[in-house]
Write a protein that binds this ligand. Structure first.
Ligand code: GH3
Ligand code: MG
Ligand code: MG
Length: 523
């Protein structure tokens, strides 16, 4: 009973709507979270590609300068003649003269290109035997065969190559070109750049910050021990910093970059070890007041396609906050929408319940007198009967009927008859208790169900009603009277026997001359 009432109550409607809202709000929260994550990933991906394109353009630019140096100044008949001669003599003196000639011939160009970022212009004979280093002309004759994969490659394939490579002294982006004289391979020319040059190039494009990491494993394998001083320990376990590039003035100060790297190193260690390309974002209230900094890690690969170095690009972020703001806005709008929908659903359910209640009231009430109809009375009788059988809750009923009502209709018309019925219902309603149930059984017969009422009390009520009706004026019908039957429920009763008994009392009251009360006591 309690549950049945609860499920049809307004509390239940409210609870269902709250649950509905919470379920959908949870979906919205989870959805917003994943959408935010996916937006973030997309944004970081775009930024990664952006940084990669930056570095590629800078490298392309440098390689083009190397190619210009080679095509316009190195690959000239005079140079090729000297190298041809060097290929065809073993005489050290003759070789020294040739070397001197080559040096004097290209020294102005070397000096000019050095100012534009070229670090090394290095001639080798076939099999990678060093012939002339412009940055160290006194050192020659050594073989680079087992050190420079790039030179080995050009000796084998006789085509130009551009790549990053660790050397014995310096790392660098190397361009190695083959030299020919009348289809004869004369050796190779290496024109290379340092990270520092790349960094300057990149900083000319955008004023952010770039750092360079070099794999410790590769550096310690290739470099002369003494040359390790070109490197500095970094916050990243398996990488050195390229020392030369630490001096450049960048947007972020070096101590801030070191502080950032210390924080992010544990989080990116694994991805660096795998040689992945990726971006992350960083913010800390002690570093640039918590401004968001985007950090892209661009791997640098060697000739064997292994990641041996990294370019790290740091830039203040402009759009991430906007993006996150957008997600928050979406979340707020969806929440509001859900609230609105919940509210609308709730209003609809309340409206629907009210309508149901109205329909139910129509089914249980009499249209003319607005009191219970026979169906409504029957429901209450059933309920009272159950309560009596279960809890011995006593109740009485009064059954009454207007005397000679047919005459009223016949004399004054049906409308007056209706008016009398309405007025009588109003009068009786105002005379009884609100706990009593009053209804029209049919025609001009009425029933009052009086809960927790003894026969004596019910008889008093009937008598009081009889007198009130008798005194009342009913419009043009003037005076009317009613006859009453009164009974109290018994253990042996069901609804039929109860009604039959009280109907008999009413009949007796009519027989007694009407305008009277007959009860269990007086029957
Ligand atoms: P008695 O004292 O024996 O009860 O006489 P009576 O004329 O009241 O009894 P009877 O049952 O023969 O007549 C009842 C009449 O009530 C018949 C019908 O015309 C009238 N009546 C029943 N329902 C309505 C109604 O809704 N409106 C009106 N105006 N009259 C009704
Ligand atoms: Mg009658
Ligand atoms: Mg009648």
């Amino acid at each position: 009973m309690f549950l049945k009432n609860f499920f049809s109550s307004y509390k239940f409607i409210l609870l269902s709507v709250v649950v509905f809202f919470l379920v959908f709000e949870t979906i919205v929260v989870v959805g917003a979270y994943y959408s935010r994550e996916s937006d973030l990933n997309d944004y970081l991906h775009t930024e990664t590609i952006d940084s990669q394109i930056h570095t590629r353009i800078a490298l392309l630019q440098m390689n083009r300068i190397a190619k210009i140096l080679f095509d316009a100044y190195v690959n000239r008949p005079e140079v090729r003649k000297i190298m041809y001669a060097a290929n065809h003599t073993k005489d050290k003196q003759k070789l020294a003269i040739l070397r001197e000639k080559l040096y004097l011939l290209l020294e102005p160009e070397y000096e000019y290109f050095k100012k534009n970022g070229v670090r090394q212009l290095h001639f080798h004979l076939p099999k990678a035997v060093s012939f002339l280093r412009f940055h160290k002309p006194k050192k020659f004759g050594d073989s680079l065969w087992n050190i420079r994969e790039s030179i080995k490659y050009v000796n084998k394939h006789l085509t130009q190559i551009s790549c990053y490579e660790e050397g014995r002294i310096f790392n660098g982006f190397r361009n190695v070109f083959p030299l020919f004289y009348k289809n004869q391979f004369l050796g190779t020319v290496e024109i290379s750049y340092s990270f520092l040059t790349l960094q300057k190039e990149l900083l000319a494009v955008d004023s952010s910050s770039y750092m360079f990491l070099v794999s410790k494993k590769v550096a310690t394998k290739k470099l002369f021990k003494a040359e390790l001083s070109h490197y500095e320990e970094s916050q990243f376990k398996n990488f050195f910093y390229d020392k030369g590039t630490l001096q450049n003035v960048m947007e972020l100060s070096l101590d801030k970059i070191f502080a950032i790297n210390k924080e992010i190193a544990p989080k990116v260690q694994q991805r660096l070890a795998k040689g992945e390309i990726f971006s992350i974002y960083f913010s800390d209230k002690n570093i640039y007041y918590g401004e968001r900094i985007l950090i892209s890690f661009i791997p640098v690969k060697n000739i064997d396609d292994q990641t041996v170095a990294y370019i790290i690009h740091y830039k203040f972020d402009k759009f991430l906050d906007l993006l996150l703001h957008k997600t928050n806005m979406l979340f707020a709008i969806l929440t509001l929408l859900m609230l609105l929908i919940s509210l609308m659903v709730m209003l609809y359910l309340i409206y629907y319940k009210k309508k149901q209640e109205f329909i139910e009231a129509q089914a249980t009430h009499d249209a003319l007198t607005k009191i219970y109809n026979r169906y409504g009375l029957n429901n209450i009788l059933k309920q009272k009967m159950q309560e009596y059988q279960r809890y011995q809750k006593e109740f009485s009923i009064i059954f009454f009927d207007i005397d000679f009502f047919k005459k009223v209709n016949d004399t004054y018309g049906h409308d007056v008859g209706d008016y009398v019925l309405e007025s009588l219902a109003d009068i009786v309603s105002s005379e009884i208790r609100s706990s009593d149930a009053f209804g029209r059984w049919g025609g001009e017969e009425f029933i009052i169900i009086l809960p927790e009422t003894s026969l004596k009390q019910a008889m008093n009520v009937a008598e009081k009603l009889r007198k009130t009706v008798e005194k009342e004026m009913f419009g043009s019908a003037k005076k009317i009277t009613c006859s009453f039957g009164v009974t109290t429920v018994r253990d042996t009763d069901n609804i039929t026997t109860l009604l039959k008994r009280v109907d008999e009392y009413l009949y007796k009251a009519k027989e007694n001359g009407r305008n009277s009360v007959v009860s269990d006591k007086t029957a």
